[in-house]
Design a protein around this ligand. Structure first.
Ligand SMILES: *Cc1c(COP(=O)(O)O)cnc(C)c1O
Length: 346
């Protein structure tokens, strides 16, 4: 038995999802003629309370299109230092859009409006870099699936409005935030000028993300998407997986959250101070192994021997993610293995 907890991107499309993909009506989406892509874009825009949306192959592209629509070359977007847009998109904002970044530290990735207020430097004139946008991430991936409180997001929106700045929301796992908090998706959507969401994470689609914004910005995003080489043709095959996921895989995220909780409790029982179960709000469990004699790499290697795959993301930083392809039996096996390993020395 192999249980893959490295990421929620490792899911394989279900039989029902594959059937929906096979049956999809398609056309050439570069001509705007793929009804399934158009329907997915319409539906996500509506869910997020935005005018329009554009389908992209990856979340990174959705983020990069969103940021380039908000920030001119030589200006900056600010965010926390663990944000996916600065840690895991390989400098794309600088490479493709001439955007600079500045980051603040945020324990667990949790958004603190007071920190943001003190940090931004709008309209800085000819000497300092001007902040033109703020990027926020919900849930926060490297922070451990942290759900940003709606009031904090709204406060950041107000700060942006006071200074004429924009807000980009990296909502790769906004579905998880919505299910965990009960906050409607459009309430999250309302705090941002551009919002990206992934269909290929917890929702279990093989490919695909969506960027939502105003009709005008999305028209521009379509031009840039094509310029980046990501104008897709009969992409309805892929969009159909996203539509199927929206119908069948959103509410079930609660099961992933409950399993992540169970896993965190087992680990907290096994070793002190490695994880705080109360901080596990969604489907991500991050471990700081510093108080143990394990490194993340050693734990990952030992777990792999027993068919449990986890991510080592730093010397003592490990990440475990529950998803559509982890059932109770798999979780029990992973819990047993990690419990036994962590109670012993490497
Ligand atoms: C996964 C992820 C993305 C997008 O990743 P892709 O691999 O490019 O689809 C963006 N933001 C966050 C927070 C993510 O976890």
């Amino acid at each position: 038995m192999s249980i893959d907890l490295r990421s929620d991107t490792v899911t394989r499309p279900t039989a029902a999802m594959r059937a929906a993909m096979a049956d999809a009506e398609v056309g050439d989406d570069v001509y705007g003629e793929d009804p399934t892509v158009t329907e997915l874009e319409r539906r996500v825009a509506e869910l997020l309370g935005h005018e329009a949306a554009v389908f992209t192959p990856t979340g990174s592209l959705a983020n990069q299109l969103g940021m380039r629509l908000l920030v001119a070359p030589g200006e900056e977007i600010v965010c926390d230092s663990q944000a996916h847009v600065v840690r895991a998109e390989l400098g794309a904002a600088a490479t493709f859009s001439g955007i600079t970044t500045r980051t603040w530290d945020a324990p667990r990735g949790l958004l603190d409006p007071d920190v943001v207020r003190a940090f931004v430097r709008p309209n800085s004139g000819p000497y300092l870099v001007s902040t033109t946008a703020i990027a926020v991430e919900n849930t926060h991936n490297f922070g451990g699936g942290t759900v940003q409180p709606l009031v904090a997001l709204q406060a950041v929106r107000e700060i942006a409005d006071e200074h004429g700045m924009a807000v980009h929301l990296d909502g790769a796992r906004l579905w998880n935030a919505h299910v965990a908090s009960g906050v409607p998706l459009h309430s999250y959507g309302a705090v941002a000028d551009t919002v990206s969401v992934c269909l290929s994470k917890g929702l279990g689609a093989p490919v695909g993300s969506v960027l939502a914004s105003s009709a005008e910005r999305i028209a521009s995003a379509r031009v840039w998407r094509k310029r980046y080489g990501a104008g897709m043709r009969q992409a309805g095959i892929l969009a159909a997986a996203g539509l199927h996921a929206l119908d069948h895989h959103v509410e079930r995220l609660a099961e992933d959250h409950a399993r992540a909780q169970r896993l965190a409790f087992v680990i907290a029982e096994a070793v002190d101070d490695v994880v705080v179960p109360e901080h596990v709000e969604t489907n991500i469990v991050v471990l700081d192994l510093a108080p143990t004699s394990w490194t993340a790499a050693a734990l990952a290697a030992a777990a792999r021997e027993e068919g449990v795959l986890i991510s080592a993301l730093g010397p003592t930083f490990a990440r475990l993610v529950t998803h559509l392809d982890v059932d109770d039996e798999g979780l029990d096996h992973a819990s047993d293995v990690l419990n036994r390993l962590l109670r012993s020395a490497p």
